[in-house]
Unconditional design. Structure first.
Length: 296
């Protein structure tokens, strides 16, 4: 059987933890980490800035108390606005130090747009692309100095979103990728095609499954992204329209041995009952991966 399950981590957003204004009820970090461990996950990403301790020593001690480790962190950065780049890179520098001190090897870069939230799609102009790429190189020097690799995360409504953006990015830079199966699918791109396009550039994977009908309403603009998430856009692995098995099989066959992060974005209205809510979905996703691991 594959060692797949030994490389599956959790993300706090699976438990509804997000820093977006008005996102929803935020569960305490003690319960989130305990439920991750109970679901069979051995590692976590950082989550929003400040959710886990920011002091590296305190952070290591805290996650070790749940027999877990930190494997990466999603770090958003706006790279095509010259007037904001210094403060953006300073945040990346601080996050890089924090991640490196935990033993993490990857910084997951969210290529932010200037729009608030995730409801407005965005395409960089021909003038903005060169600025973005130049600042991406600056950012990679920062992560490299910290001993990290940069895995750029194509993301709905961010500056790098769909397959066309990814192809241009791969041609114009040497940055690594974080494949997010849900965000690529939502943007109309088959994530398996990206896994096949450049398996050697994939450093990290976010596993999401997506309700196909709700995804189509987001693509057409009928329903905003935020509203769709509230309505259950993201579902446990195997319950939606994404070819999760195809992505994992393609990457494993190509020699990928990095982390797969269970990341089912949800928004909570209240504290879930014990064993219910996010934990139940996480257990369902881990069960799906356990069955898949027997076939790899």
């Amino acid at each position: 059987m594959s060692d797949l399950l030994e490389r599956v981590a959790g993300a706090p957003i699976t438990w509804g933890v997000d820093e977006s204004p008005g996102w929803g009820y935020l569960m305490g970090r003690d319960r989130v980490l305990a439920e991750m461990a109970d679901a069979g996950l051995s590692a976590t990403e950082l989550g929003p800035d400040g959710f886990l301790p920011t002091d590296p020593g305190e952070l290591r001690e805290y996650v070790a108390g749940f027999d877990m480790s930190v494997v990466a962190g999603f770090v958003p950065a706006l790279l095509y606005r010259p007037d904001q780049i210094e403060s953006e890179l300073e945040y990346v520098r601080r996050a890089s130090r924090q991640l490196a001190a935990t033993g993490s090897k990857v910084l997951v870069l969210g290529p932010s747009s200037h729009n608030p939230g995730y409801d407005t799609r965005f395409d960089m102009s021909e003038d903005e692309w060169p600025i973005f790429l130049a600042n991406l190189r600056r950012l990679e020097r920062i992560t490299d100095e910290a001993g990290l690799q940069t895995a750029l995360h194509p993301h709905w409504s961010m500056a790098i979103e769909d397959g066309h953006d990814v192809e241009r990015l791969l041609e114009a830079s040497d940055v690594g990728l974080c494949i997010d199966t849900g965000h690529l699918y939502l943007a109309g791109t088959d994530p398996v095609s990206i896994a096949r396009l450049a398996p050697d550039r994939v450093l990290h994977v976010h596993l999401k499954d997506v309700d196909a009908a709700r995804a189509e309403k987001v693509r057409t603009g009928e329903v905003p992204f935020r509203e769709a998430v509230l309505d259950g856009l993201f579902v446990p692995l195997g319950a939606g329209g994404v070819d999760i098995e195809g992505v994992i099989g393609t990457l494993e066959d190509a020699g990928f041995r990095g982390w797969y992060v269970l990341e089912q974005d949800v928004s909570l209205s209240a504290e879930p009952a014990p064993g219910a809510g996010p934990k139940a979905d996480a257990v369902e996703s881990v069960t799906y991966l356990r069955r898949l691991a027997t076939t790899l």
